[in-house]
Design a protein around this ligand. Structure first.
Ligand code: SF4
Ligand code: SF4
Length: 185
């Protein structure tokens, strides 16, 4: 069993940054475990969501940003609705995922590759072009996935073969540019 020396890895500024970016008071968590009890992905997490909260309070940046749980979270918000102290736990998981991206951690690479493919498509067309997204994902991940669903969804008219840009596509592109500027500052 690995024994962690939490005093060595303590980073107080990390907890402060997460609190500021998420708008949540991390100190309110008293480890009742309600969030974990309701989370549908606890079975797949390497760190249950209540332990993510505890590690956050302890300023354990490396543990939190490298855990798989923040990438497997489905943003269903069950944790948020169950928290007796009104902490928006799902928002915190979202912020952690963004921090993990920005700082070059992505323990679940395929999820990041899918997100990147999705966002590339939204940036280019103003909305997602499903076929293009899947082709980008396959090219990035080198993983052929759900190919059998293609003909089925095409037959139902749900899979378009040509991208259609939305009106105001340029505005969406500007949102991406503003986000990128924020990262560069
Ligand atoms: S939002 Fe994420 S952490 Fe919260 S209950 Fe849903 S899957 Fe679990
Ligand atoms: S439900 Fe709220 S108070 Fe309870 S462990 Fe989860 S975050 Fe902490």
């Amino acid at each position: 069993m690995t024994v962690l020396d939490l005093t060595q890895s303590f980073d107080a500024s990390f907890a402060d940054k997460v609190a500021k970016e998420s708008g949540q008071d991390l100190s309110l968590c008293y480890q009742c475990g309600n969030c974990t009890a309701g989370c549908p992905y606890t079975f797949a997490y390497d760190l249950p969501v209540s332990k993510v909260m505890r590690a956050l309070q302890w300023g354990q940046k490396d543990i939190v940003l490298t855990c798989k749980s923040i990438w497997l979270c489905a943003t269903c918000k069950t944790c948020t609705t169950r928290c007796p102290n009104g902490i928006d736990v799902a928002r915190i998981m979202d912020v952690l995922r963004q921090m993990s991206r920005r700082q070059g951690y992505a323990p679940e690479k395929k999820i990041k590759q899918f997100q990147d493919s999705f966002l590339d498509s939204v940036k280019k067309h103003g909305r997602v072009f499903e076929l293009g997204t899947m082709l980008r994902f396959i090219a990035r991940s080198r993983r052929l996935t759900d190919l059998d669903l293609g003909p089925k969804t095409a037959m139902k008219g749900k899979l378009h073969f040509r991208a259609r840009d939305i009106c105001g596509r340029e505005e969406v592109e500007k949102i991406f540019a503003r986000y990128q500027e924020g990262l560069d500052e």
